[in-house]
Design a protein around this ligand. Structure first.
Ligand code: PA5
Length: 424
């Protein structure tokens, strides 16, 4: 694996004996997961998904991407929650590989946002991808209604068959019916994979392939992690170690996990992580509250609370060994800012010192912390990271005794909103 987990700064909070004592429970969680005897097992298709994806399908996506890029200036990706977060996170992470601009819609109900988006794209050649597993979610449904009209005013019905791609449940839902009635291209989302675990299904892969990302490398990374994370071993399987550490800290009364990164390119992976962890654990009155910070900016705002606020949290740092591009700090003959001490160094070496200082200061301030480090910013590493987090949250959910694969609470606001809208 090209990911490491450092738990040195858990000393005094979680010790080796705690991991050893928890092992039988981890073993039970592992067996329930792999034997599909645990809660929500009908939605555990993500476990062996990477190895089930056919290479021929990835080639097909690559060809689709080339075709779309040949006659489009941009892509609009419509979706919310699991049908949005992974796409946006992947493209932020892989920003240097992106070949086509991608804009997002359907992840909010802001008319101003959609107005300005469509205004800015009115002279562009556009392809639209609509992603909705259920095919009935309000935000993407309304955005698609508006964008479909916008597209119909520009293109013939025949042309739209090429320019609108629907990714949805293969058997039911309004989006499927619309796509079938108009002859739009359809990609199915695996029925045994829930929305927040769908980043490696067509919901995540199709927009990325269109944007020019090497989806085969992404899936290969996930395949590597699938194999690695299948070991029932708390010393060598870092997904299980991370899950166990989170559970032990939670049992000690820690209520909040702060995922802190020092890399802009990881900031939307944090958003994806929040959905995955929040929706998977937060039920039956249980679950850590997952939140995230972007350092060093947030050290100048939330740093105070982390250092001296209520001691009800722990922190997980998310780093990359390689920052992607070097940025050498120049020598300055005047040296008025007194920073010639780092002249000639890469800015990332200062960033790494900021991390070391922060992790020490927070630990000494009573915030235990762990560090997840990826080797580099490429698709293979991202595929590994996605799978690592998916496996970790599944094990933690089973340790906690919840069903990590449902989200009954998400329905409550929808029912009330439909009543207010007069929608049946
Ligand atoms: O995790 C989930 O299931 C949700 O966050 C969904 O991804 C989100 O509500 C969007 O659902 P859909 O893809 O059905 O439109």
């Amino acid at each position: 694996m090209d990911i490491t987990l450092n738990i040195e700064n858990l000393k005094g909070f979680v010790e080796k004996k705690d991991f050893d004592n928890l092992f039988p429970q981890v073993q039970k969680a592992h067996e329930d997961l792999v034997n599909k005897t645990g809660k929500g097992s009908e939605f555990t298709g993500w476990i062996d998904l990477p190895s089930r994806i056919e290479d021929s399908f990835l080639d097909e996506l690559d060809q689709l991407g080339q075709q779309v890029r040949a006659d489009s200036d941009c892509l609009i990706s419509i979706g919310i929650g699991g049908s949005y977060a992974g796409v946006h996170a992947s493209l932020e992470f892989l920003i240097s590989e992106q070949k086509l601009p991608v804009y997002y819609a359907g992840h909010n109900l802001s008319s101003g946002y959609l107005y300005h988006l469509l205004e800015s794209l009115k002279d562009k050649r556009i392809t639209v991808v609509v992603i909705s597993k259920s095919g009935t979610t309000t935000e993407p449904a309304l955005a698609f209604r508006i964008i479909k009209k916008f597209m119909e005013e520009r293109y013939s019905a025949e042309e739209l068959k090429k320019r609108i791609i629907c990714i949805t449940d293969p058997e039911k839902g309004a989006l499927l019916t619309i796509a079938q009635n108009h002859g739009y291209r359809i990609f199915p989302i695996n029925s045994d994979v829930g929305g927040r675990f769908s980043v490696l299904t067509p919901a995540g892969l199709v927009p990325l392939a269109i944007a020019g990302i090497d989806v085969k490398a992404l899936v290969n990374g996930a395949r590597k992690a699938q194999e690695y994370c299948s070991q029932l071993d708390l010393d060598n399987n870092i997904a299980y170690r991370y899950a166990a550490a989170r559970y032990l800290l939670n049992q000690q009364g820690k209520e909040i996990e702060v995922l802190s990164t020092f890399y802009q390119r990881l900031s939307l992976v944090e958003e994806w992580w929040k959905q995955l962890f929040g929706e998977s654990e937060g039920k039956d009155g249980k679950g850590l509250f997952p939140t995230s910070l972007s350092f060093t900016a947030d050290l100048h705002s939330m740093g105070q609370l982390l250092q001296e606020g209520q001691r009800n949290m722990f922190e997980t740092f998310l780093l990359s060994e390689n920052s992607g591009h070097e940025m050498i700090i120049p020598e300055d003959s005047e040296n008025l800012d007194n920073f010639n001490c780092v002249a000639g160094d890469d800015l990332d070496s200062v960033n790494k010192k900021a991390y070391q200082a922060t992790s020490m200061a927070h630990y000494e301030g009573g915030v235990p912390n762990m560090t997840i480090t990826i080797s580099r910013f490429d698709a293979n590493c991202l595929g590994q990271l996605y799978y690592f987090f998916e496996k970790a949250v599944a094990i933690k959910g089973y340790l906690l005794g919840v069903n990590p694969f449902n989200q009954p609470g998400v329905e409550a606001y929808k029912k009330k909103m439909f009543a207010l809208l007069g929608r049946s």
